[in-house]
Design a binder for this molecule. Structure first.
Ligand code: P6P
Length: 335
């Protein structure tokens, strides 16, 4: 009996290329580039423990390379892959102070997409073997093709995104992404090095019973956040909710999308704009959330309506099941 053949990511990208309004094959090649980089980073992340053990013998690892921090390595792999494939005209990364302008000699800035990435979000979890992730966000440039990209190409509101997604390096490695036509999840078969469609049309349940926040910051939160957390803990109706916080945005988001829940990184007296970055963490996750029937706000306004002013700016982040985000916003709105 043949095992049910799931569609591969490559087949899915091609099948959906024609339904995409900007179809030119360039986006497909870009997504395929991200797919390749994801496999390379997955390989490095999955052997982290081993490398640490071997690396402890000195400054080199099993391949005789200088042992690098994995987030630096992930950053280099994604940038290298996207550069080599001559698909994008610019890249911004959490690991790079400024954006990178890519001028492929024979193309003279002819590519029309820019990519923003958090190459390894939650990388501090690597040492304790907890899931981490890569987050990516894709826009069409707004400055003329054929000229070097400018900051304006990166400081676009999230509603301009044409694609976004994440890779979660967990008990299995998954690539989850949207091009504005729903959210689909692909699981890597490590034996074949192939991603297969395992989670078609992912949707946040309208509500849920999980809230994700670092309660160690409780005393520093605004009163509205404190009141919402107490609301989650009360014995009433469908509550108390369960508190689940992994310390890895991609992992908390992924679990909440499947089970229902809300993730919060509010502002606090210690961090006036919260911790998460608007351009390569909140906007891509907000695009996915909205495409999966969820919601994402800064507590007051839609994340994807925010006009960015700086490459690495931070915003408060409330994201997940629509009714839970709306309830949190109700508490934030109370004087
Ligand atoms: P804290 C990881 O550093 C990250 O950006 C998110 O993935 C995660 O949810 C959050 O920060 C954890 O931050 O301050 O609670 O340790």
């Amino acid at each position: 009996m043949f095992e049910k053949q799931h569609r591969t990511l490559g087949e899915f990208i091609i099948a959906n290329q024609n339904s995409f309004q900007y179809t030119s094959g360039e986006l497909s090649r870009l997504l395929n580039g991200i797919r390749l980089a994801a496999k390379v980073v997955n390989h490095e992340v999955n052997k982290a423990g081993l490398v640490d053990i071997i690396g402890a013998a000195g400054e080199t690892n099993i391949q005789g390379e200088n042992q690098q921090k994995l987030d630096v390595l992930a950053n280099e792999k994604f940038i290298q892959t996207l550069k080599n494939r001559e698909i994008v005209c610019g890249i911004a990364s959490e690991e790079e102070d400024d954006f990178i302008s890519i001028n492929s000699f024979d193309k003279q800035h002819q590519n029309k997409y820019v990519v923003l990435i958090d190459p390894l979000d939650g990388s501090s979890n690597i040492d304790v073997n907890v899931s981490v992730g890569t987050i990516f966000s894709i826009y069409r440039r707004v400055t003329p093709v054929g000229t070097p990209v400018t900051l304006e190409d990166f400081l676009q509101p999230g509603k301009n995104q044409i694609a976004a997604g994440y890779i979660i390096y967990g008990t299995s490695t998954m690539l989850v992404y949207t091009t504005g036509d729903g959210v689909n999840g692909f699981t890597l078969n490590p034996a074949l090095g192939t991603f297969y469609l395992s989670h078609p049309d992912m949707q946040f349940p309208e509500t849920g019973k999980i809230y994700s926040v670092n309660e160690g910051n409780y005393i520093h939160f605004p009163q509205g956040v404190k009141d919402y957390i107490k609301y989650c803990q009360m014995e009433e109706g469908d509550r108390p909710y369960t508190s689940r916080y992994i310390g890895s945005l991609v992992s908390d988001f992924h679990r909440n999308m499947i089970k229902g829940g809300i993730y919060m990184y509010p502002k606090s007296s210690k961090a006036q704009n919260g911790k998460l970055r608007l351009l390569y963490e909140c906007n891509p996750m907000a695009f996915l959330a909205e495409q999966a029937n969820g919601k994402a706000s800064d507590g007051f306004q839609r994340i994807m309506d925010i006009q960015p002013t700086e490459l690495h700016q931070r915003v408060p982040f409330f994201c997940g099941s629509k009714k839970m985000v709306e309830k949190a916003e109700e508490f934030m709105a109370k004087p």
